[in-house]
Design a binder for this molecule. Structure first.
Ligand SMILES: Nc1ncnc2c1ncn2[C@@H]1O[C@H](COP(=O)(O)OP(=O)(O)OP(=O)(O)O)[C@@H](O)[C@H]1O
Length: 300
């Protein structure tokens, strides 16, 4: 099972590239796609889900170009888009039956699968309620449920934890781990902790370009010895923000405790602390964003 993204670029408007020259090879496992708003995550997800087409480059699934043979991939794809919509008057079973029909799944076999997935997502108590009466988190779980209907080998989740409360979040993470194995799972988010707990690979996108693809322990290793804690007076915050990459600020009685990502000790009296994935992400973003070209992809 292999998803190959080769020199993929996407241009929505003249002189502006939402994606530039993305190259990625994804094997079974969970890859977290991390990046700030506007980095190009959803654009990439939509291309992989065959909803949109790249301006340049190719994507292949098990060696087949998905533009030429989209159905090969669609049969085995589960996709939760960022703007997932539901029919509010349908109950979960009716809605999932409707999605199953759109996916061309065998109607006679689908009911047990729907009930199994609703149980898995802790929605089994809501079978008769219209989805319109659901909380944001419950709706999001319906979105996750529809992505799982066809037991997909390629699962694409665009911001899946939006609207989930902390308990639902934890449940979703363990569901992801249960689902991993013989599947390629792509999880797009700008919340680092979402992927810290699940992903075995992390790809970082910024301004349409891939900054890195690595495993979390390598990312942590790269930032080892570069994260510091220091307490400063409240009024120095603005200056500190301008000078340093700050990954956390905590108000204390004696001032503000900052967590600073810096190759050198930023201030006298600072103490080294062990890095988190969030620190590693900020370090890569700040050190590499400055080197991004902002130009058109080089192969054009
Ligand atoms: N349909 C569109 N038409 C024009 N520009 C678009 C379109 N969709 C996205 N863009 C632009 O492409 C760039 C990448 O957007 P995209 O939505 O892929 O980023 P993202 O990383 O998913 O961000 P977010 O986390 O905010 O959803 C942005 O500059 C965005 O404004």
């Amino acid at each position: 099972m292999l998803l190959e993204i080769q020199q993929v670029s996407k241009q929505y408007k003249k002189d502006s590239w939402a994606l530039q020259d993305i190259n990625l090879q994804l094997k079974p496992g969970i890859v977290g796609l991390l990046g700030p708003n506007g980095a190009g995550k959803s654009t990439l997800m939509r291309i992989l889900a065959t909803i949109s087409q790249p301006s340049n480059g190719t994507v292949s699934w098990n060696g087949e170009d998905i533009r030429k043979k989209p159905d090969e991939l669609r049969r085995t794809l589960g996709y939760l888009p960022q703007d997932f919509g539901v029919y509010p008057h349908l109950n979960p079973v009716e809605f999932l039956e409707y999605v199953a029909a759109l996916k061309g799944l065998d109607r006679s076999k689908i009911r047990p699968r729907i009930l199994e997935i609703l149980e898995l997502l802790n929605l089994h108590d809501t079978l008769k309620r219209p989805i319109g009466s659901f909380s944001g988190g419950m709706r999001q779980r319906i979105g996750i449920a529809q992505a799982l209907l066809n037991d997909p080998r390629l699962l694409i989740f665009d911001e899946p934890t939006v609207g989930l409360d902390p308990e639902e979040r934890v449940r979703f993470r363990s569901l992801l781990t249960d689902l991993s194995g013989e599947r390629v799972i792509i999880l797009s988010t700008h919340i680092v902790s979402d992927i810290e707990a699940t992903a075995d690979q992390v790809a970082i996108l910024s301004k349409g370009q891939l900054l890195t693809k690595s495993n979390p322990s390598q990312l942590l290793h790269n930032v080892k010895g570069k994260v510091w804690s220091v307490v400063i007076p409240d009024h120095d915050l603005q200056e500190a923000r301008a000078k340093w990459t700050i990954s956390a600020t905590i108000r204390r009685e004696d001032g503000l405790q900052l967590r600073i990502v810096s190759d050198q000790p930023p201030l006298p009296g600072c103490t080294p602390v062990s890095p988190s994935l969030e620190d590693a992400y900020l370090h890569i973003k700040t050190t590499q964003e400055g080197t991004l070209s902002g130009s058109i992809p080089h192969h054009i």
